[in-house]
Design a binder for this molecule. Structure first.
Ligand code: SOE
Length: 387
């Protein structure tokens, strides 16, 4: 008989929807022992939460997340609220003996993230940070190709994460919809929101980042605040670029902005090694590009007249996650990355192998984000503490 995984989800925004959808679909696609039960949705906006409960099938509504801590019918607390609240809720949830998942970035800064790691490890509760892009089948395939030793010695890593939704100076900051623009609530701008994704993927594929040198910019210096109604200084980074040195000796460049006109969610990376290269572009998520210079199986170089970038359509059942979906040649979407992450989390509980990135792993991404922000402020190279 299926074991119940009784969920209390906090936050009725965009991310709450992606997670709710994953809980509802898990058993349709993955053969796991647990069956998610949507027990409670929590949001301070009660009418919104009531509507949300109806749409997604939550049994009850809470307006204070503390009620989830004492609730005997909740196993997992899922944090989908603005970044400023992640640490307090996650620590309290762990201390209450609940499993904890949180949206990225993990926290406002590494100091908070360290406390969160301590709390989940002391309590011994399963935990995960939702870096969903790892679960795009093409990106998981990139990891498989690296692990199979097909890239050889890595030289370069190049990542872009570009959006354009804050170019107008009339966009306000703050409030329910635009908290990402208010540093008091988000911790940072594109560094925590976009670069954190790129850094998580980069370190998963290419190992720890040891040092960074960054430049950040705030193009619009003042915006009306949606809550106070006053024009206030903007303290987030609108754009941030950094150079990185990986612990394995390879070099990285990372760029992120919300001012790249025409780019909506343009997330790409390229890894160049001695034996091959990889390229991914989220606008064509069902493809991974691979250049094979040396064949792993034979140890021989591919004949020069046959070399070229291979565009792998990652929809075969042999590709990561794809055996759970449709027939070869048919694609899955953005929402499935959250479903794949949940499946990994649940399988981790069932097999005793914690899903990644757990809080301890995600702490390192937070440290790199902190180092990037410090470097941009001081205009100097900053060590991340990783070796
Ligand atoms: C920002 O616009 C955002 O919604 C991020 O917060 C998400 O993490 C990213 O996946 C899409 O863009």
């Amino acid at each position: 008989m299926a074991k119940e995984l009784r969920v209390g989800l906090i936050g009725c925004g965009f991310m709450g929807r992606t997670h709710s959808n994953a809980y509802r679909r898990l058993n349709n696609f993955f053969d796991v022992e647990h069956r998610p039960v949507l027990k409670a949705i929590c949001d301070t906006n009660e009418p919104k939460a009531r509507q949300y409960a109806q749409t997604w099938g939550y049994e009850r509504v809470e307006t204070d997340w503390r009620n989830l801590l004492t609730a005997k019918d909740i196993d997992l607390i899922d944090i989908c609220v603005p970044n400023v609240a992640h640490a307090e809720i996650a620590i309290a949830a762990a201390q209450a003996g609940k499993m904890v998942c949180t949206e990225k970035p993990m926290a406002m800064n590494a100091a908070q993230a360290e406390e969160m790691v301590r709390a989940v490890e002391m309590a011994g509760v399963p935990n995960m940070v939702s870096f969903n892009y790892r679960r795009v089948p093409s990106i998981s395939l990139a990891k498989q190709i690296v692990d199979e030793g097909r890239i050889g010695r890595p030289f370069h890593y190049r990542a872009l994460y570009l959006q354009d939704w804050t170019i107008s100076a009339d966009v306000p900051q703050g409030g329910d919809a635009l908290w990402r623009l208010d540093a008091r609530v988000s911790g940072s701008g594109v560094t925590g929101d976009l670069l954190a994704h790129s850094i998580d993927t980069a370190m998963w594929l290419n190992g720890p980042i040891a040092r960074v040198m960054a430049k950040a910019e705030t193009f619009v210096k003042e915006r009306k605040h949606a809550v106070s109604g006053q024009v206030e200084p903007v303290t987030i980074d609108d754009a941030c670029m950094f150079l990185a040195v990986f612990a394995n000796g390879s070099m990285g460049t990372f760029e992120s902005t919300r001012y790249a006109r025409g780019r909506k969610n343009f997330n790409t990376f390229e890894l160049n090694g001695a034996d091959g290269s990889l390229y991914f572009d989220l606008e064509e998520p069902e493809y991974l590009q691979f250049f094979e210079y040396k064949q792993k199986e034979t140890g021989k170089k591919t004949a020069s007249h046959l070399t070229g970038w291979r565009k792998i359509h990652t929809t075969n059942s042999e590709h990561p996650y794809m055996s759970h979906y449709w027939v070869p040649g048919t694609c899955i979407g953005y929402e499935h990355t959250f479903l794949n992450a949940l499946a990994d989390f649940v399988e981790g509980i069932e097999k005793g192998t914690p899903a990644q990135p757990n809080f301890r792993t995600a702490l390192q991404t937070q440290r790199v984000c902190d180092a990037v922000i410090a470097s941009a402020r001081r205009s100097e190279w900053v060590d991340t503490g990783a070796e």
